[in-house]
Design a protein around this ligand. Sequence first.
Ligand code: NAP
Length: 252
Amino acid sequence: MGRLDGKVVLVTGASRGIGGAIARAVALEGAHVIINYRQDVEGASRLKAELDKMGLSATLIKADVSSEDEVRDMMRRVREIYGSLDGLVNNAGHGSSVIWNKRFHELTWEDFMSVINVDLKGTFLCSKYALDLLRDGGSIVNVTSIPVKSGDTVGIPYLAAKASVYALTKSMALALAPRVRVNAVMLGSIETGWINWVSQEELRRIVGSIPMGRLGKPEEVARAVVFLLSDDSSFITGHVLVIDGGECLACD
Ligand code: NAP
């Protein structure tokens, strides 16, 4: 028996990386998973084919989480297909190397808002339009990031968005209790596409700052998200679970 048997869970930005690992783990635990993506139809289709082959239940929905119309349509389709929702994982993230590397004085308002629109507005819109669909006992999991505590000279719009996701998680947990639980995972350095746009030297520096001596794996994040979606965490709300191999210990 799976820990999410029969539940319906929507994972945003699930065509690859952490979202893909979460979608796979959720399906393996017995849930019907909805794989949301915006552009990467190949990645999303590959994941669906993999799950189909294992006899697991998955549906693809293309939607840009920063568009209110597209989010509304996505939730309408979820209602048509499944009638309701048990879990929502707000994972989609902007992830542009160009904007990430800009220093404060180089950033434009458009750069800033393009990140805010996906990471923060997307989290807000998906949560708002999922509300009517979420069954009692439902669970929302947001995704934030450890440098929101310390700040950084790069990734500035991203950290502003993720700090707001942290605050939104706390407020939503209060607002939606006791019907729906809202938690977040606060991630350190997890091995996904970004490792291809940093130098080997930078990667060594990052790994050197992690007490566990390695990057995290998307599957390690997925296991924690499954816990927060499942009834195993039924009395946990407003919690931000740090998954960083100890990297954050040095920031406190
Ligand atoms: P990734 O490999 O870049 O994947 C991002 C996903 O988001 C893709 O599936 C992408 O799909 C989707 N996406 C982007 N814009 C979207 C939009 N407007 N609407 C819907 N989907 C959209 O990212 P990742 O490294 O797995 O990160 C996943 C989450 O964890 C993000 O929120 C990220 O900020 C957070 N995080 C990651 C790390 C890390 O070390 N990797 C650390 C801290 C936090 P399409 O290509 O189809 O658009």
